[in-house]
Design a protein around this ligand. Structure first.
Ligand SMILES: *Cc1c(COP(=O)(O)O)cnc(C)c1O
Length: 459
């Protein structure tokens, strides 16, 4: 019966009948639950069941079921490595490489020179070694997989020594102690939350020790009276005891990004140069490439990782290799990387440039939406890096803020998420803010149109 209502009848010409039926059933079920849950006559009364409205609701559901679930969105939050929004947008050359390789065959595991089988890592190994000075390299699905593979290969059944101040949780699902136990290695904690000395490691080393692990505490800092053992000292401890040192760098950057706003972070080449035996980091954090876990280090160790059967379950596909290879190639010239890798470009944007973009966006909104309610203003604020990188860095930025009598910023933000493409904004102190740092060029018009439709609906 609901299907005879206008909104659904119209849809029946475009969408599969099964999808419409399913959506109508979902709406009916949700109302049925409301009726069952009603406790008083007034509760029932307030439900107001109107077939046309149920049909309209079902039509909206059907449309959203019919559309793809994973969609491009506009990131107006200013958080550069927004994990929930897919972390790094890829450099254009990586996007082109994906388009070139995705719909066709490629030489993934095939040597064009000999016509014989080759390793899929061949596309990345040399490149990574040249860029970082590593002896050998291996790439897996993400950094969590990288850490797991190294621990499982080198330390299963043995002990791994970690400073208590480095037992981090990242993004709610990656916890060093949990990854450790899944890998079969035993965690040995040394030091205290804020202080750890070389002697603490020395006292914990015994015949079961398989690895000394240093974890980059990427998403927080312990402030005040703190002490961690320097990388060089750990390498020295390991050398004397004949034990390898592993470092989980987390975001891992190939370039020194230090600036007045950004503290100095250890670069990947620096860690390898200091003598760390094996380093792991993410492909989609500061590197600015696709999701991947990059493992660099001594050839003997990488060879061992290759022999671990689990590697097969963690290996990367052709799309990751295509995107990563092309991102990495940009790093041969640091200036090219800074100009072409979106993550680095956003990180290094000048205040003047941000101010100009914010002023233009504000003017555009003011002019185009002058018949609608609301005030647009440019204000100063800060952006965060995100993805666990540079946890304390506050990058000065410019924001466009919106305020209107009687329009709730939360409701407006919700409407903007239903736009095409959806716009994700920042809500702060009951104010809707758009940070221009992460708004890509050409997205301004789309923001204006999303805002126009959203305000139409709310007023
Ligand atoms: C982000 C991070 C990880 C997890 O990396 P993924 O690529 O997201 O799997 C592990 N360790 C540290 C220190 C991190 O910052």
């Amino acid at each position: 019966m609901l299907l005879q209502e206008e909104p659904l009848k119209e849809l029946a010409e475009r969408l599969p009948r099964k999808l419409i039926l399913q959506s109508a059933q979902e709406v009916i079920d949700s109302y049925r639950r409301c009726i069952m849950d009603a406790e008083t006559a007034a509760d029932l009364e307030s439900l107001k069941i109107v077939p046309a409205e149920l049909a309209a609701e079902a039509a909206l559901k059907a449309e959203s079921h019919a559309g793809t679930s994973l969609r491009a969105v506009i990131n107006a939050t200013g958080t550069i490595l927004h994990t929930n929004l897919g972390r790094a947008p890829l450099p254009q050359c990586a996007v082109d490489a994906l388009a070139d390789t995705a719909g066709t065959y490629c030489n993934l595991e095939y040597s064009l020179e000999t016509g014989e089988r080759d390793s899929r890592m061949a596309h990345l190994e040399e490149l990574l070694c040249e860029l970082t000075g590593a002896e050998d390299a291996l790439v897996v699905n993400n950094n969590a997989a990288a850490v797991f593979l190294v621990l499982n290969t080198l330390a299963s059944g043995g002990e791994v020594i970690v400073s208590r101040g480095q037992l981090v949780e990242i993004g709610g699902s990656f916890r060093i102690p949990d990854v450790m136990s899944a890998s079969g290695a035993r965690l040995v904690e040394v030091g205290t939350t804020n202080k750890c000395y070389p002697g603490d490691y020395e006292a914990a080393i015994n015949e079961h020790t398989a690895l000394l692990l240093k974890v980059h505490t990427s998403n927080y800092r312990i402030m005040g009276f703190t002490r961690e053992v320097e990388r060089g000292d750990m390498v020295e401890l390991g050398r004397r005891a004949g034990i390898s040192v592993m470092e989980d760098l987390g975001s891992g950057t190939l370039l020194d990004l230090a600036s007045p706003e950004l503290p100095s972070e250890p670069t990947v080449p620096e860690c390898l140069d200091a003598g760390v035996s094996v380093v792991t980091f993410s492909g989609d954090k500061l590197l600015g490439g696709p999701q991947a876990g990059i493992i660099l280090g001594k050839k003997k160790i990488i060879d061992e990782l290759h022999r671990n059967q689990i590697l097969r379950a963690l290996r990367v596909d052709k799309l990751t290799i295509a995107a990563l290879e092309n991102t990495l190639r940009l790093y041969f010239d640091p200036h090219t990387a800074l100009a072409e890798v979106p993550v680095l470009r956003m990180l290094k944007r000048e205040k003047e440039d941000l101010k100009r973009q914010a002023t233009e966006l504000q003017r555009l909104l003011q002019n185009e939406l002058q018949h609608q309610q609301g005030e647009w203003e440019v204000t100063e604020g800060t952006s965060t890096v995100g993805g666990g990188a540079f946890p304390l860095a506050e990058l000065p930025t410019y924001l466009v803020s919106f305020k209107a009598e009687g329009i709730s910023p939360g409701k407006l933000a919700r409407e903007l998420r239903f736009a095409d493409p959806p716009v994700v904004v920042r809500l702060q102190h009951d104010c809707l803010l758009m940070d221009v740092r992460t708004i890509l060029s050409g997205q301004e018009e789309q923001i204006v149109s999303a805002m126009r439709n959203a305000l139409d609906k709310l007023t």
